[in-house]
Design a protein around this ligand. Structure first.
Ligand code: 5GP
Length: 218
């Protein structure tokens, strides 16, 4: 399936819609925005934070990733992800249409490059929610990007979230915990850490980091 149509202008609050409310430079042009990347260990609550941003701050443009994983109930093509097959993902990689991409738990995920660049150029704050491998690639491709690490309130809390109801076999739990240990060690590669004590607090801090113009985020 082709996804190109869905990428221009891309999602809610596209460049044309939002450019009018972005801060203007003295010469009347709109200054480009810095890209912000939200990442962190799996289980830390990134997707809950993003869902709250989507709900409470529609002026923030969230990049819609491409993935080869199947949609979960309630997920909408073009809103939560662009769901594509392996052949289409291969094409996007080959044609260098992805700013970054990574394999996670047996599926591939990537950020469409063009939509990100267009929104930044139009002065629209843009946010990516991606895994650590992707955050590292963005660091290389766009050194000026702001990398935000979402951390758990404590190691015990992360363990509680990863272990869940304790229905997983011990070796699976041990693998998850060992992955979490190395994921937490990545914090030092990031510009800022936000601790996920409350979703509302994290969103407020994230919005401040995006330096959203008040009229962008009502
Ligand atoms: P899920 O399948 O639960 O929606 O996402 C699994 C993981 O993939 C999460 O850690 C999420 O941050 C990450 N992810 C989502 N989109 C992208 C993307 O475009 N690039 C990368 N590198 N990771 C992504």
């Amino acid at each position: 399936m082709e996804i190109a149509d869905g990428l221009l202008p891309g999602g809610r609050g596209g460049p044309a819609a939002a450019a009018g409310s972005a801060a203007s430079a003295a010469d009347g042009s709109i200054p480009p925005r810095r890209l912000t990347v939200l990442s962190g260990p799996s289980g830390v609550g990134k997707s809950t934070v993003v869902a709250e941003i989507r709900r409470a701050h529609p002026g923030v443009w969230l990049s819609v990733s491409v993935t080869t994983r199947a949609p979960r109930p309630g997920e909408i093509h073009g809103v939560h992800y662009f769901f594509v097959d392996d052949a289409e993902f291969d094409r996007l990689v080959e044609e260098e249409e992805l700013l970054e991409w990574a394999e996670f738990a047996g599926n591939r995920y990537g950020t469409p490059r063009r939509a990100v660049l267009e929104h930044l150029a139009a002065g629209v704050p843009a946010l990516l929610e991606i895994d650590l491998q992707g955050a590292r690639q963005v660091r290389t491709a766009m050194p000026e990007a702001q990398l935000v690490f979402l951390g758990p309130p404590s190691w015990e809390e992360l363990v509680r979230r990863l272990v869940g109801r304790g229905t997983e076999p011990p070796d699976v739990i041990e693998r998850r915990l060992s992955a979490a240990r190395s994921e937490l060690a990545a914090e030092k590669e990031f510009d800022v850490t936000l601790v996920n004590t409350s979703v509302k607090d994290v969103c407020r801090e994230l919005i401040a980091l995006l330096a959203v113009h008040p009229s962008d985020s009502d």
